[in-house]
Design a protein around this ligand. Structure first.
Ligand SMILES: [Zn+2]
Length: 80
């Protein structure tokens, strides 16, 4: 039996307190995401929710096999 709990993959590690900018931060037991600032004594949470899709994506390039085929057929390089 292990006493160590599984790590929380969504926990973020702030470098500075968002209220007083102190670096004297320690994890807090309030929630899985809570941090305790030992300078201003505030307890706050930092949580990563995910990442939005970008507004524009570059077109996918041809696979190696498709690029070779296009090259052998003397096609102009036009990614789909
Ligand atoms: Zn603080």
């Amino acid at each position: 039996m292990s006493l160590r709990r599984a790590p929380n993959p969504n926990r973020n590690h702030p470098l500075y307190c968002p209220y007083c900018a102190s670096e004297n931060l320690f994890p807090d037991v309030e929630t899985e995401f809570a941090w305790n600032c030992r300078e201003c004594l505030r307890v706050f949470a930092v949580m990563f929710y995910g990442q939005n899709d970008p507004g524009q994506r570059p077109k996918a390039s041809l696979s190696t096999a498709d690029a070779l085929k296009a090259s052998l057929n003397h096609d102009l390089y036009q990614p789909h």
